[in-house]
Write a protein that binds this ligand. Structure first.
Ligand code: NAD
Length: 260
């Protein structure tokens, strides 16, 4: 059954995107899940989310590093459900390396997955939201959309650009009942962070335990990882009517990182 609200969450088979999809399914939204993984590898996850509420949860395989697949995804979701009310641009990848060793392919993949895909999906989703006079666009940026760290040139540049895209589209959509915001998490314990511990250990010449203490949690004054569910609760709030005047904002959930 297609429920009252339809949401697309990109990169939603893991980490923050999965927590947001889980929350939306609990709220009886119909949810389009996405990743590059083959459908049979996420069949169990799709069944689990479908059991949470009355909406329909469907998986759309699309590698957002691929421009054609990225352009097609939002059209396919709208084609299936007939509309899209909530768009969460969450997919993101990381690479930790000094700029002089940063490879072209890594640079382009990071920009394509986080920034280009947000451009494609917003451009496709916006007209229908405007016609219905209601829409929510949430871009998962980062504390690195507001602050820099060494060895993350592509990620920091891309997340700053996502913040710029968020503000611009918020202004364009302001009179159409559509809000556009960026959530800027600090370090959230997800596979994306777990994977970079080894990379960070190599570039900083530290052990993995030292990396967690001295590098990863160093800028986060609470010295605690944010949990994915904290981001999901904020996403759900932004979709409520009480959040209709929050637009063009960067919402930090970073344990005080950007207070400095
Ligand atoms: P994660 O690695 O746990 O999940 C990323 C998701 O994106 C997965 O479902 C993965 O399959 C999908 N994905 C990756 N490449 C893709 C591609 N080419 N096409 C389609 N899907 C793809 O990561 P996460 O930590 O949950 O990160 C989610 C978002 O939050 C990212 O944009 C990330 O930059 C941002 N973020 C994370 C943190 C953190 O500390 N974890 C902090 C700030 C911002």
């Amino acid at each position: 059954m297609v429920s009252e609200r339809v949401a697309l969450v990109t990169g939603s088979t893991s980490g923050i995107g999965l927590a947001i999809a889980h929350k939306f399914a609990q709220l009886n939204y119909s949810v389009a899940l996405n990743s590059f993984e083959p459908a049979d590898s996420v069949a169990g996850l799709v069944a689990e989310l479908n059991a949470l509420g009355s909406g329909e949860v469907i998986y759309f395989q699309a590698d957002l590093a691929d421009a054609a697949a990225s352009r097609a995804l939002t059209e396919e979701v709208i084609g299936h459900f007939g509309r899209l009310d909530v768009l969460v641009n969450n997919a993101g990848v990381q690479k930790v390396a000094p700029i002089e060793k940063f490879e072209d392919g890594d640079w382009h993949r990071i920009v394509a997955v986080s920034l280009d895909s947000a451009f494609h999906s917003i451009r496709t989703a916006l007209p229908g939201m405007a016609d219905r006079g209601w829409g929510r666009i949430i871009n998962i940026a980062s504390a690195h959309g507001l602050r820099a760290s060494p060895f993350k040139s592509a990620y920091v540049a891309t997340k700053h650009a996502v913040v710029g895209l968020t503000k611009t589209v918020a202004l364009e959509a302001a009179e159409k009942g559509i809000t556009v915001n960026a959530i800027c998490p600090g370090y959230v314990w997800t596979p994306l962070v777990a994977r970079q511990v080894a990379d960070q250990a190599r570039v900083h010449g530290l052990s993995e335990e030292e990396v967690i203490r001295q590098v990863i949690l160093a800028p986060q004054p609470t010295k605690q990882f944010v949990q994915p569910e904290e981001i999901a609760e904020m996403a759900a709030y932004l979709c409520s009517d009480w959040a209709r005047s929050i637009t063009g904002s960067t919402i930090s959930i970073d344990g005080g990182w950007t207070a400095k």
